[in-house]
Design a protein around this ligand. Structure first.
Ligand SMILES: [Zn+2]
Length: 382
């Protein structure tokens, strides 16, 4: 039922329209037209005002054709990471990739193309369905901002699917909570050749702190990273400021807290070790730590209706469906935190956020079939 070539061609059209975060307007207008043709009522919210963007989140509503069926949400994001302008997609057999100078944009235009194809099939085959709500978000790649500013009170659906991961044989039901950390180390400036005794080296403090930290994959639920470091002015000056940024992610709130505290302690202890007596006054290295909750976890219980539905759909198609726990976040995290029951299904996108990004058409078709079957079952079968 899924029209492979039509879906592929729509995908190719979509990736040829540039849509870096905050500049999604052109692709949004294209999608608005397409969705109106498919019988949707389309509107935009004002999330663009919060992010200084060109367009808000696209919200489309297609009336149900079978009464009594609960509304269902389908969500994907319109923005892409860089380098993502002037994408020239190359199709070879079952694989689509870029020309190697940009990303492909399958993250997440494959999700959008799948949703549009499923809507086309529902319409042309007159498949009975409940009310459908389509949300195409902006600024997912800049910290899930579009979804963050989406007012879910406006939506009727309380359950649905986000299409924004790789493998259509996996349903992501768990994703971590994340903290964003910033450490500012304060030392004491001094001439490195004339009077190094009068200095406290902030880079040294930061190095000792980082060297004392547990980082990387800490257990199957928790990861930690130091991602950027900035500081120092010249090789002949003992540096007095350095700023270090990092993150902690965990599926478990207690572990997240413990690791965050561990990283803060490492900085505090390193700073305290660097002491200096100058003109009768004792000086220490100092550190200020800022911890910010980046996003909350995605957690869909195994017995949730959406999980049952997708599993049943996979079974009906004669496939395996694995429930999956990921270390990455998506709009599903935000929607879950806002009280919706949503899981994330794969679209065939691979090696995203690199110029090697590519899309498996076969997987994309499998994903579309799965979504279609899920909607049919949700509406009580045909
Ligand atoms: Zn994505």
């Amino acid at each position: 039922m899924i029209h492979r070539d039509r879906m592929r061609d729509h995908f190719l059209t979509l990736v040829r329209i540039d849509s870096p975060s905050r500049r999604e307007r052109e692709v949004a207008m294209h999608l608005k037209e397409e969705l109106v043709r498919l019988g949707a009522e389309v509107s935009f919210d004002q999330a663009d005002r919060m992010v200084d963007g060109t367009v808000g989140n696209l919200i489309a509503r297609i009336p149900g054709t079978r009464p009594g069926v609960a509304p269902f949400l389908l969500c994907a994001h319109m923005d892409t990471v860089g380098p993502g302008e002037g994408i020239k997609p190359q199709v070879k057999d079952d694989i689509i990739k870029s020309d190697g100078s940009t990303i492909l944009g399958a993250d997440d235009k494959s999700g959008i193309a799948i949703i549009c194809e499923v809507l086309r099939v529902l319409r042309e085959k007159a498949v009975p369905h409940g009310e459908l709500e389509i949300v195409f978000t902006i600024c997912e790649e800049t910290g899930l901002q579009g979804a963050r500013h989406l007012d879910v009170a406006y939506l009727h659906a309380r359950t649905g699917l986000v299409l924004d991961s790789s493998n259509p044989g996996r349903l992501i039901t768990r994703a971590p909570t994340a903290n964003r950390l910033q450490f500012t180390v304060q030392g004491l400036e001094a001439h490195a050749g004339v009077c190094p005794e009068k200095g406290i080296n902030a880079i040294r403090i930061a190095s000792e702190a980082i060297a004392a930290m547990r980082l990387g994959r800490l257990d199957e639920e928790t990861t930690a990273n130091i991602g950027t470091i900035e500081g120092g002015n010249a090789i002949n000056i003992i540096p007095n400021t350095v700023t270090v940024r990092g993150e902690v992610r965990s599926h478990d709130e207690t572990k997240l807290k413990a690791q965050t505290e561990h990283m803060i302690r490492a900085f505090e202890e390193a700073a305290a070790r660097h002491e200096l007596r100058l003109d009768g006054v004792t000086q220490h290295g100092q550190v200020t730590c800022e911890v910010q909750r980046d996003y909350d976890r995605l957690f869909v219980p195994e017995g949730a209706r959406i999980v049952e539905l997708v599993r049943e759909a996979a079974r009906a198609l004669g496939r395996e469906m694995t429930l999956w726990r990921t270390g990455g976040a998506s709009d599903a995290n935000i929607l879950c935190a806002k009280g919706l029951e949503v899981a994330n299904v794969g679209t065939g996108q691979q090696e995203v956020h690199t110029v090697r990004e590519h899309l498996h058409l076969g997987d994309m078709v499998r994903s579309a079939e799965l979504v279609l079957e899920t909607l049919k079952l949700h509406a009580g079968g045909v």
